[in-house]
Ligand binder design. Structure first.
Ligand code: FJE
Ligand code: FE
Length: 344
């Protein structure tokens, strides 16, 4: 069977093996959601964990946790395991976010050749290394603490495979693109760990992947306005972090346990995703005796219809049909797809 044939069969759900695309479509499902447009009033406020003169939270409208979801492990890719939070049944999508996977992968498992169109993937390595290769010759390895911000735009075909021995861990976030950005040329923004802006205030460390926190700012350009911060809080510390009003926001706990939103709330442990309600900032307390590590992610909702078919995310069924056809025939951004296969 030719590669193109296999591709079509896979997309139609006819593939025998390897079945990465079929499983993607089956698991990620067809997700049609209509979102109301909202007005957004992003605000940049000065922020400091030492801002503790007043016992009350320094926000007019502190954000509370409105939903808590445990990211349970599930198979994905080829022999890989992910803990999916955003994108799972209970948390279909949180405009503009489509998916958050905490992946944990050892060779020879991984995510072999697959396409993307219409959104961005942000891969943040927590432990170990991953090698990516795409159909345009872009190749690299990201290691612990590094970030790859990939704007798939009109089309990318790539592989993402573990590079080291043992378990390689990280987070992969999918951010939707607005209709006008779904057809742009693909682009990468890569940050090595040492180049990620960081700040430390009163026992709270922030690594800023996008946006700003504790006075540190990220150089990443976010086409869909996004804030993404990795916080580590020492025992006994607290944090008051502004989050732009009108943006959808969530927390994913990586390690330890913490109290989020309300001082009297029950602590949340690792692998839980917390959806935050409306407001202008988030307060967090670490009352445990070990470090708390979590990511805080917020984004300006696009307010556009979302039609998802596995690794293609567009605004309508017709556009999904077009994406599958383009991928199959190698058109409109997928020209190199038919010739290429990764060396991994
Ligand atoms: C996949 C489409 C995909 N979660 N976490 C379909 F894009 C993928 C995929 C990933 C992925 C990759 C990494 Cl490095 C981390 C991920 C899904 O590549 F697995 C399917 N089935
Ligand atoms: Fe991918």
């Amino acid at each position: 069977m030719t590669t193109t044939m296999m591709r079509l069969r896979q997309h139609l759900g006819l593939a025998s093996s390897p079945a990465i695309y079929t499983s993607a479509i089956a698991r990620l499902g067809n997700n049609t959601a209509h979102h109301r447009r909202r007005t957004t009033r992003p605000r940049i406020m000065s922020s400091s964990a030492s801002d503790s003169a007043s016992p009350a939270a320094p926000f007019e409208k502190p954000r509370a946790v409105v939903k808590k979801v445990l990211a349970e492990s599930q198979p994905e890719g080829q022999g890989a395991t992910v803990r999916r939070s955003i994108g799972r049944h209970e948390l279909r999508s949180l405009d503009p976010f489509l998916l958050l996977d905490e992946f944990s992968v050892s060779k020879p498992a991984g995510f072999p050749d697959h396409p993307h169109r219409g959104f961005e993937t942000v891969t943040y390595m927590l432990e170990g290394a991953f090698t990516h290769q795409d159909f345009a010759g872009h190749k690299g390895t990201i290691k612990t603490g590094d970030v790859q911000w990939m704007t798939a735009g009109r089309g990318i075909v790539h592989s993402e495979m573990p590079a080291g021995d043992g378990v390689q861990k990280g987070l992969q976030l999918w951010i939707n693109l607005s209709s006008k950005d779904k057809v742009i040329e693909p682009r990468y923004q890569e940050l090595e760990s040492k180049d990620i802006s960081r700040a430390e205030v009163d026992g709270v460390e922030a690594r800023v992947i996008a946006g700003e926190a504790l006075g540190a700012a990220s150089p990443v350009y976010t086409r869909t306005p996004t804030m993404y911060v990795d916080f580590t809080m020492r025992p006994g510390s607290r944090l008051h972090q502004p989050v732009p009003e009108g943006w959808n926001a969530f927390v994913y706990v990586v390690e330890g346990d913490g109290v989020f939103g309300r001082e009297k709330a029950a602590p949340t442990t690792a692998h839980h995703c917390l959806v935050l309600g409306p407001g202008d900032g988030l307060s967090v307390w670490n009352r445990s005796d070990r470090s708390l590590r979590f990511v805080l992610v917020a984004g300006k909702p696009l307010g556009e219809p979302v039609v998802q078919h596995g690794p293609f995310v567009m605004n309508s069924r017709a556009e999904i049909q077009q994406a599958m056809e383009d991928y199959y025939y190698g058109k409109n951004g997928f020209e190199r797809a038919s010739q290429w296969s990764s060396s991994a």
